[in-house]
Design a binder for this molecule. Structure first.
Ligand code: PMP
Length: 325
């Protein structure tokens, strides 16, 4: 008899550095401690191998970026970088921007987000709902141009801004190291064998990868790389010369890489929606790759516990063609 599918809650205490923020704004205590759900619907395709997904769309900002943003802002408040009336500024594919807007706004700071104009309308409306100022850069020039644009704005008025710089800020990966990874470890009772993810800023891959590897040195980290930009919202291609490689990304963690295309993500998000999980396109790409890893193990007759992430909520894509079919 196969094990019944499960959704496992978790409750780990907050990391000490974020505690003062949770005291000021108790709603921020809703960040993290997300459930882990077994994706049992497709198990006939990979008998003997379990696939689980961390439900980051349960966070109040609707994505995996609430955790790193809470941590980066907590560190900046603690050491004085976010002092006085400084405006929080960063580039974002949208989800980090929403987290900055939600958390920074609730803490009483101005928030300015530079975003490529391929970002979905839902992201832009959500940013506006939390009171953030939005500056657009060309989708054609990718996330890298958004990064360059922030740097120009900050260089012109350094005293005005706190540039959080999620691509280089170690608080980004530390948040996942201290929280998401330990939650996954607890929720799988230490049984996780494979972690599947891609790279936006590299925070999730580096933080979860580092911690799970410490806990289980034999853990395989399966890195997925989209073939083009803006193929999968939230994930970067890394293959071409000139692609910005985030400073915090630790590529040495990757055991194997998988090329993925945008269509594979669309199709899997649609399959997931019909299986009761309503998440965005990058989540589809993550689960599609997790199934490839699971099928590979099943073909070799090896057991495994493959974990990936449902990164953001499906509603965020109503204005895109994700749900058109
Ligand atoms: N998926 C989505 C939808 C995202 O918004 C992001 C963040 N850019 C990622 C995946 C990748 O996460 P990270 O920045 O930690 O690499």
């Amino acid at each position: 008899m196969p094990m019944p599918p499960s959704a496992i809650p978790v409750r780990l205490p907050p990391v000490a550095i974020v505690e003062p923020l949770l005291e000021r704004v108790p709603a921020l205590g809703l960040i993290g401690n997300t459930p882990l759900v077994r994706i049992a619907s497709f198990e006939a395709e990979h008998p003997g191998v379990e696939v689980w997904a961390k439900c980051e769309f349960f966070n109040p900002g609707g994505s995996l970026k609430d955790r790193p943003v809470l941590r980066m802002l907590a560190e900046a408040l603690a050491d004085g970088r976010l002092s006085g009336g400084r405006t929080i500024i960063d580039s974002s594919s949208g989800n980090a921007g929403i987290a900055y807007a939600l958390i920074g706004g609730a803490l009483g700071h101005g928030v300015e987000i530079v975003i490529p104009d391929n970002a979905s309308k839902e992201r832009l409306k959500r940013l506006a709902a939390h009171g953030a100022t939005i500056t657009h850069t060309s989708a054609h020039d990718g996330y890298d141009e958004a990064i360059r644009h922030v740097r120009r704005l900050v260089a012109a008025a350094p005293e005005r801004y706190f540039y959080c710089d999620q691509y280089s800020n170690p608080g980004n990966w530390r948040a996942h190291y201290d929280t998401t990874a330990n939650e996954i470890w607890q929720q799988t009772e230490g049984r996780v064998t494979h972690f599947v993810f891609g790279v936006g800023t590299g925070g999730t891959l580096t933080g979860i990868g580092r911690r799970l590897r410490e806990l289980n040195p034999a853990l395989c980290i399966e890195l997925l790389i989209p073939d083009a930009f803006p193929g999968v919202e939230g994930l970067k291609p890394l293959g071409s010369p000139g692609d910005h490689v985030p400073e915090i990304l630790d590529m040495t963690l990757a055991s194997r890489t998988w090329d993925v295309d945008e269509e594979e993500g669309w199709r899997m998000s649609q399959r997931l929606a019909r299986a009761g999980l309503f998440a965005g396109q990058s989540s589809g790409v993550c689960v599609a790759t997790a199934l490839r890893v699971a099928r590979d193990l099943a073909n070799k007759g090896e057991p495994g516990v493959v974990v990936t992430v449902l990164n953001d909520i499906g509603e965020r894509y109503f204005s895109t063609r994700l749900w058109d079919q």
